[in-house]
Design a protein around this ligand. Structure first.
Ligand code: GRF
Length: 279
């Protein structure tokens, strides 16, 4: 049996001949029964196997469409942009599930219209049927989800989920991290703080998710000007337009295995497989 242990730096050769090194997990060969018993007994999570490596093992020639889970709490304009890109093959993947703490939100209405299953997490007054953290992890693993995309999801992710999907969870933030991020910086509060600070530029950031708010490795950014008499709403609208473009580009790269990790832990997007040029 093959089980995936916690991250361990190890490059592998891609089908295209480059260095994938996408998510560096160590492969261990274990006795199935012993390992399952040991993992269950110790509560140690067996992490999701990286898609790129699974494709290689199965000997599939070329990329498979990635399975995406989108987490949201509100309007879902980023979700709609991502979903549209999957339908147009600009993103080589499919949204197979939506997770929300507000199953009545606009983003979930859109999911329902498109027959995308919705999981409620966590349980709260808006989501009486909310599932537990371990049910969420199990459900995502059993649906074969490769990547998790946070798109305006306001709850902290459970630690076990972050551990099971290392280097496979992205978030979009409506400012240029590492400024104007962290606990309390959400929605209009971010744009109010940017305007109050006198910063002349703001923008959007896509970053990998770790166990803190807005602190994981930065993958991509887009910049917009902050104009002299901007209201927070003006700035939010200008940033949001860029968010849709940026998130689509970043997720497209993720699904095509075009993300490379620099030795110091910074992820870079390669323009294409055969060009050593980065965005
Ligand atoms: C976006 O501004 C995103 O950066 C932030 O939450 C907002 C979600 O907007 N994380 P929408 O629901 O995608 O329209």
């Amino acid at each position: 049996m093959l089980a995936w242990s916690m991250p361990h730096h190890r490059g592998i050769t891609s089908r295209a001949g480059g260095c994938v090194n996408l998510r560096n997990w160590q492969l261990r060969c274990l006795d199935p029964s012993q390992e399952e018993e040991r993992a269950e007994a110790s509560g140690e999570g067996i992490v999701q196997q990286p898609r790129s490596e699974r494709v290689q093992q199965q000997g599939v020639d070329g990329f498979q469409r990635a399975k995406l889970a989108v987490f949201l709490s509100g309007g879902g304009s980023n979700f709609r942009a991502l979903h549209a890109a999957t339908l147009q093959n600009a993103i080589y993947g499919d949204v197979v599930v939506v997770v929300s703490d507000r199953p009545g939100c606009k983003g979930c209405e859109y999911a329902q219209e498109h027959k995308i299953p919705i999981l409620s997490y966590p349980k709260n007054k808006y989501a009486q049927d909310g599932i537990s953290a371990s049910q969420l992890v199990d459900s995502l693993r059993h649906s074969g989800v490769d990547y998790i995309l946070l798109a305006g999801y306001l709850k902290m992710l459970p630690t076990e989920l972050v551990q099971v999907f290392p280097r496979a969870i992205l978030n979009i933030h409506p400012a240029l991290l590492p400024s104007f991020g962290g606990k309390g910086f959400y929605g209009m509060k971010v744009h109010e703080a940017v305007i109050r600070s006198g910063a002349r530029y703001s923008g959007a950031t896509v970053h990998f998710v770790d166990e803190e708010y807005d602190s994981g490795p930065i993958l991509a950014q887009r910049v917009v000007p902050v104009l002299a008499y901007d209201s927070p709403l003006d700035l939010a609208a200008r940033v949001l337009k860029q968010e849709h473009i940026l998130y689509t580009e970043a997720v497209a790269a993720l699904c095509e295995d075009r993300i490379f990790w620099r030795e110091d832990g910074v992820p870079l997007i390669r323009k294409s497989w055969d060009e050593a040029e980065y965005l």
